[in-house]
Structure formats: C-alpha cells, structure tokens
Ligand binder design. Structure first.
Ligand SMILES: Nc1ncnc2c1ncn2[C@@H]1O[C@H](COP(=O)(O)OP(=O)(O)OP(=O)(O)O)[C@@H](O)[C@H]1O
Ligand SMILES: [Mg+2]
Length: 361
C-alpha cells in the first residue's frame, strides 16, 4: 500500500499543502512546531477514522477557520488508485468520501487504507496505563477487521450511556439491565477478538525481539480479561452476566460502569518478568519496537498487503542499533518518517519534504 499524494487545507497549522510521496522511504523534516506530525496525523486519519493523538475532530481545524479538508490518493498492491477525502467542520457532521461516494459508517471505510503509526508516546504500550494498550489493540484490529469497529463503537456508546445513567443517580434498574445485557454480550465478542489478535501479535513480536536481542529476550503478551479465564464469547458473556448482576450495588455507589471489556489489559513480559516493572529503558524500547513491527507484519498477513509505516520522531528516541534495525526491517515498504534535520543522517538519497510554518518548501 502506497500513499501517492496528500492534500491538506486548513488542517492544524497548514493553510494549503499538496505533498507527493515516493513508494519507499520519505522523510518529512523541519524545525520543531513546523507541522511535521500534523502531516502524519492527516495521513493516519484515513486509517483510523480519527486522529492518533486522541483528540477531538474540531481541534484539527486550523485556528480561525470553519472547516478542514484532507485528501489522500493511494494505491494498493495491484496499482489500483483510490482517493479518500474528509471534510471536518465546526458546524456540520464530518463528510468522508471514497472517490465521490459518501460513506456513512466507519466500518465502510476502515481497512481500505491501512497504516501503522509509531511515535515516542508508544513507549506507554509497556510503561503506561491499560488504556494505552487497549487503544493500540483496538486501532490495529479495526483496520484488519472492520466489523470489529462496529461492535466496539456500539460497546463504547453503551458504556457511555450506562455511565450517564449511573451519574444521574436514581438509576432505572430496567434500563441498567438492558445496558448490562449488551455490555456482557459485546464484551464476549470484543474480548475473543482481542485475545486472538494478541496471540498472533505475540508470535510475531517475539520473533522480532529474538532477532534484535540475539536470542536473549523472550517476549510474551498475555491478554487479561477482567472476567478471568474464559475461552469463548459465550463463556465470557455468561461470566459478565453474573458479575454485572452481583456488583450492581458497587457500580451504583461509584456511579460508574466498572465491569466489561473496557477494563481489560495485556501484560508484556520479557523472560517471564513484567516488562513494565522490571524492564530497563532499553528493553522496554525494544519490546515496543517489536510490537509495532509485529503490528505491520500481522496487517500484511491478515490482508495480503503491507500497510504504510508512519514513524513520528522516533529517530531521536532510538539508538543507532535500533534505528538501523527498524529501517532494515522496513526495507521495501513505504515509510514516512519525521525528524529534525540533524537526526536524519544516514538517510541521504531518500525523498525529502521540508516543512516550515505548515507549508512544504
Ligand atoms: N488547530 C490548529 N490550528 C493551527 N495550528 C495548530 C492547530 N493545532 C496545532 N497547531 C500548531 O501546529 C504546530 C505544528 O505542530 P506539529 O506537532 O506538527 O509540529 P512538529 O513539526 O511535529 O514539531 P516537533 O518537531 O516539535 O514534533 C504547533 O505549533 C501547534 O501549535
Ligand atoms: Mg512532531
């Protein structure tokens, strides 16, 4: 999969910009605050249907403007060209189009354009709170299995509605029961999908880490469902049915939905020890790098085509050995890297895009 062209209008700090990319390595360089990450954000928007920065759509609109427009032209493995566009407005619902066809559901376009993003924040995959790991899994699974996005979106809405109801106090028990039934059942399918994905991710990531560490580090990823051990969606649903019934009083007291797939996590271990607790900085960095490379590998296995790799500012974060490793592993794929001028040595001869004040030069 290759991005050929990106057009942004009134997106973040860019007024208008048209950028063309090479099929191989592309480097976006410029000073701090020039607008490099903003360009990756625009590309990734089409892979996830939202910003990777976990922000609101309206924050993407250039200060003082009413709407932002972004468009990518990309080609699949067979060279078939596709165009996707998004209009994001302050006063209207965003409009996403594939060519001239306006789509209405996220699941209609997720998976069409696929990308893996890797930023310094991804260290939180090992070091951070469970929500970082859930978001990582969810974004990755959605791109390979668009139907999962539908269940997840329904699930998140249901949890939000239940939270709103619990916060209002005097909760309507009948309505709570309806939400709980939906939460139990959707938790079943979401958890099973995440577990399956984690198993495959572990297999790929373990190979990368084995390679990177010369066989010294054994990586494992263990999905931890809040409901405990259960293998099938039905078993998980039944467990949550019981939990949600038994703990209703606690949820009412805390005025919060405390049980379901939105509380799951996965644990990364290195040589059987928690990478979060015992891993050194370097070991944690390598583990995250292995997980990100594994995400790309898995996307290729599941869809038959490598995604576009977007590497935001990671060259300054990785030492020479890891930098070389990642670039050698991504040989032959399309990669878009951002960095300051001084960090991109060793990448001479690649397509360079210089950005200043939101404009490419
Ligand atoms: N909605 C917006 N409208 C206008 N400018 C914005 C908006 N959102 C963010 N910006 C500005 O865009 C600028 C560039 O941001 P960006 O994150 O792309 O910088 P960068 O080139 O990646 O810098 P760094 O090297 O520090 O990571 C920032 O100064 C930011 O304040
Ligand atoms: Mg940046």
């Amino acid at each position: 999969m290759n991005v050929k062209q990106l057009t942004v209008r009134n997106f973040r700090n860019a007024e208008e910009n048209i950028i063309t990319f090479d099929p191989g390595v592309n480097i976006i360089c410029g000073e701090n605050a020039a607008g490099k990450t903003n360009l990756l954000e625009a590309v990734f928007y089409f892979a996830a249907g939202k910003s990777f920065r976990n922000c609101k759509d309206r924050e993407l609109i250039r200060f003082g403007c009413e709407s932002a427009n972004i468009e990518i032209v990309f080609s699949d493995e067979n060279g078939v060209e596709k165009k996707m566009s998004a209009a994001i407005g302050k006063n209207f619902r965003r409009v996403i189009k594939i060519g001239e066809y306006r789509i209405t559901k996220l699941s209609e376009y997720l998976g069409l354009f696929r990308a893996v993003i890797f930023t310094p924040d991804h260290l939180n995959l090992v070091k951070g709170a469970p929500e970082n790991r859930r978001r990582f899994l969810d974004m990755a699974i959605c791109q390979s299995f668009p139907k999962y996005a539908q269940s997840l979106s329904e699930y998140n809405k249901c949890v939000a509605q239940k939270n709103a109801l619990l916060k209002r106090g005097a909760a309507d028990d009948l309505l709570l029961e309806v939400y709980n039934e939906r939460i139990a059942s959707l938790s079943g399918s979401i958890t099973v999908n995440r577990k399956k994905y984690t198993l495959r991710l572990e297999e790929e990531a373990a190979k990368f880490l084995d390679d990177m560490s010369g066989g010294r580090e054994k990586l494992r990823c263990e999905y931890r469902a809040q409901c405990g051990e259960a293998d099938t969606a039905e078993e998980i649903r039944e467990k949550y049915r019981v939990i949600l019934k038994d703990r209703l009083a606690a949820e009412k007291e805390r005025a919060q939905a405390l049980y379901g797939a939105h509380k799951d996590d996965f644990n990364v271990t290195l040589n059987r020890r928690s990478a979060k607790i015992y891993g050194s900085q370097g070991q944690q960095r390598s583990a995250v790098l292995a997980l990100k490379l594994a995400e790309g590998e898995l996307s290729a296995r599941l869809t038959g085509e490598y995604p576009v790799f977007l590497l935001d500012d990671i060259l300054s974060e990785l030492d020479a050995g890891r930098k070389e490793y990642i670039l050698s592993r991504l040989d032959g794929r399309q990669v878009i890297i951002t960095g300051c001028e001084s960090e991109i040595f060793g990448l001479e001869g690649k397509n360079r895009v210089f950005v200043k004040d939101g404009k490419t030069e």
